[in-house]
Design a protein around this ligand. Structure first.
Ligand code: C2O
Ligand code: CU
Ligand code: CU
Length: 530
């Protein structure tokens, strides 16, 4: 896309104030921006509401109602789901109602439970007033189901031409293939892992995810089944987000166009990311979970737009580190990695085991955010409420050889630079802003490449389709949170080298910064597997 002059000026104007600030710092906004930045959520008593667990999605005519399958043109041996994206009122802050935009009207969306090599097909209906696109983050998905930013499901009434979406025409290809629903198919031909699905609409991903369009997708396999890790109610998804609320309970997000119809972008104070003042876990503010004095497996997903967390337990358990990491974005590690704290950038997943038997029954254990301030320095609380029998353990070997790419196989090394605020506000990769029509890399199917990503200052780098192995940080070894297969890695203002094997499908995919405000400001690019 060529940035239209209008678009460009707007970007400049809105980010101008932010630019003078050290990038990434949440500093004092100026002028007219102060008012909006000063929105402060109603206060909530922390650790007062129970941790909700998102509902598990139920397949429709799961295992082959022949008529249903035929009607849907369904694939045999696949699990079929239907989800309706719609607005609904949800009690997030006690006593107040928040309008959420959710998959099936809930935030976070229903959890999809998938098995390796058993395909899932999700029919997504759009009953929202805006176009949507659904991306399965971490999935190795054929391009037509990957949720490309302009591959939209348009709302009712936007009809054929997607008139109301004209502003979008600047980005090309609106409307033509527009439908009110779309079937996404996920082959699930990869290792067990914690994935997630979320909105990916061009220019508006930030506000649409913020309103609630995100859910967990757990992929399981036999390797994982064979391990004695905690399961059942001792396996808990933790979807961490931060939000700011207005006094009436509605979400506050500083869109230039709050209807999300025409103009993309945010007020300057949020140009480097929208940071909320209220931490939600599974959609509840600073919730509390009662646990038995046993090991629990926590599938942590940072689904926040921009905030990174450094998670720690307070008090730390005596005798050993707080967390034993068993999995990363791309599934189980070969061997567990203990951590006393975990830094999770947006979109990263950390699969960890916490052994609550190290605390006396009755202990309250707070999950802290060491990078937070004031209210954002707390995340949730565990209460070790009762005694129970230990049934789990963390074996010394988790997964067989992870089959990482061999650096000897590398054919191509590519370099990408992520810089926020170039040219008066837009965020760019190699000084270029996103253009759906421009391909920045053409890796060969089956080939291995090294991608060297540098950042100013810190951006969560994410690739669709592939997982990668972190090789180095600033010429040193990988960092403590880089173990295993990754699809998102935090570039902490330095240079990260990753090895990637391009497998699965040919076609066009995006890679981008997963700070969603940066992404919407076009810090995104295409690669095409050829
Ligand atoms: Cu989680 Cu392109 O996104
Ligand atoms: Cu993704
Ligand atoms: Cu960024």
């Amino acid at each position: 896309m060529k940035i239209t002059r209008r678009h460009f000026l707007k970007m400049g104007a809105m980010a101008g104030a932010g630019l003078a600030l050290p990038l990434g710092a949440l500093s004092v906004p100026v002028g007219r921006l102060a008012a909006s930045a000063a929105v402060r959520s109603p206060s909530v008593e922390p650790f007062a509401v129970p941790l909700p667990i998102p509902p598990v999605a139920r397949p429709v005519d799961a295992r082959g109602d022949a008529r249903g399958d035929a009607r849907r043109g369904a694939r045999r041996g696949a699990d079929h789901y239907e989800m309706v994206q719609k607005a609904a009122m949800q009690e997030i802050l006690p006593g107040l109602k928040t309008e959420v935009w959710g998959y099936d009207g809930v935030f976070p969306g229903p959890t999809i439970e998938a098995r390796r090599d058993r395909p899932v097909v999700v029919r997504q209906w759009n009953e929202l007033p805006v176009p949507v696109s659904v991306h399965l983050h971490g999935g190795k998905t054929p391009p037509e189901s990957d949720g490309y930013p302009t591959d939209l499901i348009v709302p009712k009434g936007h009809g054929h031409g997607a008139q109301a979406h004209a502003a979008h025409a600047a980005h090309g290809e609106p409307g033509e293939h527009a439908h009110m629903f779309k079937d996404y198919s996920y082959p699930n031909a990869h290792r067990a892992a914690t994935l997630w699905y979320h909105d990916h609409r061009m220019d508006f991903t930030g506000p649409q995810v913020y309103r609630g369009l995100a859910g967990v997708y757990v992929l399981r396999d036999e390797v994982e089944d064979g391990l004695p890790l905690p399961g059942g109610e001792r396996e808990v998804p933790l979807v961490i987000t931060d939000r700011t609320f207005r006094e009436d309970g509605s979400f506050y997000y500083p869109s230039l166009d709050p209807t999300l119809q025409e103009e993309p972008g945010v007020l300057a104070h949020a140009a480097n990311g929208m940071y909320g003042d209220t931490v939600l876990v599974n959609g509840a503010p600073w919730p509390q979970l009662e646990v038995s004095n046993t090991m629990h497996r926590l599938r942590i997903l940072n689904a926040s737009n921009a905030r990174s967390y450094e998670l720690a337990l307070d008090p730390p358990p005596p005798g050993g580190k707080s967390f034993v990491q068993v999995g990363s974005d791309g599934g189980l590690l070969e061997a567990p990695v203990p951590h006393s704290s975990i830094v999770a950038a947006p979109a990263e997943r950390f699969d960890v085991v916490v052994d609550f038997s190290r605390y006396p029954v009755g202990t309250e254990v707070t999950l802290k955010n060491l990078r937070g301030e004031g209210r954002t320095s707390d995340v949730m609380r565990f209460v070790v409420a009762r005694r129970d029998k230990e049934e789990s353990s963390v074996p010394e070997r988790l997964a067989p050889d992870l089959d990482f790419p061999d650096p000897d196989d590398v054919e191509v090394t590519r370099k990408f630079q992520f810089i926020a605020g170039v040219g008066g506000g837009v965020s760019a990769i190699n000084m270029k802003v996103f253009d759906p029509g421009r391909i920045d890399a053409r890796p060969r199917l089956g080939s291995t490449e090294i991608w060297e990503i540098s950042a100013d200052p810190s951006h969560p780098f994410h690739m669709h389709l592939v997982h990668f192995k972190v090789l180095s940080r600033d010429d040193g070894p990988p960092g403590p949170y880089d173990a295993g297969w990754k699809d998102t890695v935090s570039l902490e203002g330095g240079t990260v080298r990753v090895a990637v094997r391009f497998e699965g499908w040919r076609g066009k995919y995006v890679f981008h910064c997963h700070n969603l405000e940066h992404e919407d400001m076009m810090m995104m690019a295409n690669f095409e597997v050829v």
